[in-house]
Design a protein around this ligand. Structure first.
Ligand SMILES: [Zn+2]
Ligand SMILES: [Zn+2]
Length: 368
């Protein structure tokens, strides 16, 4: 049975965005499509693998399921063995390249502009409980790729310039005859850039790009949850040769509170209540997540575990709207030490009540 990792098949990391998954798939599917590799069973096998991986990883729900337990998805890979022409949505090359067309050397402009966009960058930020609740403006160090200052992004040593590739004449693609039709492939000498660097820049090793940490100011909305992903458009890596910058994704890591447990936009708090307060009823004061307090009236006869809802005292919704609630859960406290007088009072109470609290329990168990 196939045990290859779907992310490995597409050559992307586990944290890859949907867009990265889609790009990786497009690239590989072009390379291994059976029409581009006639009579090559290995390429066909690979193409099916790629398509299978993409079907799962491009679907957020299936991808989530896969992340939780990959084994359930591999059994199906045999299903692809049947019809040679059964290639799902992309039954021929023109479907696959409908919007791209670059394999035929057309609209390379479009492909170029896609690849010139800077990378998306994901960083996490640790937040104090109170900062996440109130919202905070914070600075995060973002490792980004930028244009190399020494060669201004050309990748060529200062004073030299990249030369037009002799292999492809600067087009970045090479035409090949393959049976019925000619198609283009990416030029192996220049890697599709159309340019060749003879003396690479020492600052960037010829890539024209350098990595550095950039400080970016990010607004964390009030009520931010742990694991929330905040998109900051255009603050990822800088684009290549004037291309658009990628986006920055900030993932929140919110410190856990020892008392307030988050449940959606609500907070749950366990509040100790003495058995006397519970029996007699009481007005008690309860802490709120925002540092304030709220008064609560416990009715006489409140049971252990009973929950009370304080509307609007939970977390603000990060995208606006009604805030969550504070859920107060009663936790009965029984005294573990009694004075002689307290003991007498309780014994008198027991005598007065003369009750059998387990009568109901036995009545039910005997009936069965
Ligand atoms: Zn070339
Ligand atoms: Zn450089």
């Amino acid at each position: 049975m196939e045990t290859k990792d779907l992310y490995q098949i597409l050559g992307v990391s586990k944290g890859a965005s949907q867009e990265e998954v889609r790009r990786a798939y497009r690239k590989l599917a072009r390379k291994y499509h059976p029409d581009a590799n006639p009579g090559d069973p290995k390429a066909e096998e690979r193409f099916k693998e790629i398509q299978h991986a993409y079907e799962i990883l491009s679907n957020p729900e299936r991808r989530r399921q896969y992340d939780q337990g990959p084994q359930t998805f591999f059994g199906g890979s045999q299903d692809f063995g049947g019809n040679r022409r059964d290639f799902g949505d992309f039954s021929n090359l023109s479907d696959l390249f409908g919007n791209f067309g670059d394999i035929f050397g057309r609209s390379t402009q479009q492909r170029a502009s896609t690849s010139l966009r800077g990378e998306d960058v994901t960083v996490s930020v640790n937040l104090k409980f109170s900062d996440a609740l109130k919202g905070v403006t914070t600075r995060v160090g973002v490792p980004v790729e930028e244009e190399c200052g020494q060669c201004r992004g050309t990748g060529a040593a200062p004073g030299t310039f990249p030369k037009t590739c002799s292999e492809c004449g600067g087009r970045g693609t090479r035409s090949q005859d393959q049976g019925f039709f000619a198609f283009s492939s990416v030029c192996s000498r220049c890697g599709g850039t159309g340019k060749v660097i003879e003396r690479p820049c020492a600052g960037c090793g010829g890539s024209g790009r350098v990595r550095r940490a950039r400080q970016v100011t990010v607004r964390i909305p009030a009520g931010a949850r742990d694991g929330m992903k905040i998109r900051v458009p255009g603050r990822g890596s800088v684009g290549k040769q004037g291309g658009p910058a990628g986006d920055l994704y900030v993932v929140t890591r919110v410190e856990e509170h020892p008392v307030f447990k988050r449940r959606g936009d609500d907070f749950v708090v366990d509040v100790p209540v003495s058995f006397v307060e519970a029996a007699l009823g009481a007005r008690i004061e309860v802490p709120r997540p925002d540092g304030g307090t709220v008064k609560l009236r416990l009715p006489a006869g409140t049971q252990d575990g009973k929950q009370f809802r304080v509307r609007g005292a939970g977390a603000p919704k990060p995208k606006g709207g009604k805030p969550g609630d504070l859920i107060v859960q009663v936790s009965l406290v029984v005294p573990d030490k009694l004075t002689r007088r307290e003991r007498e009072i309780l014994e008198a109470l027991a005598e007065e009540r003369n009750e059998d609290v387990r009568a109901e329990l036995f009545r039910k168990t005997r009936r069965l």
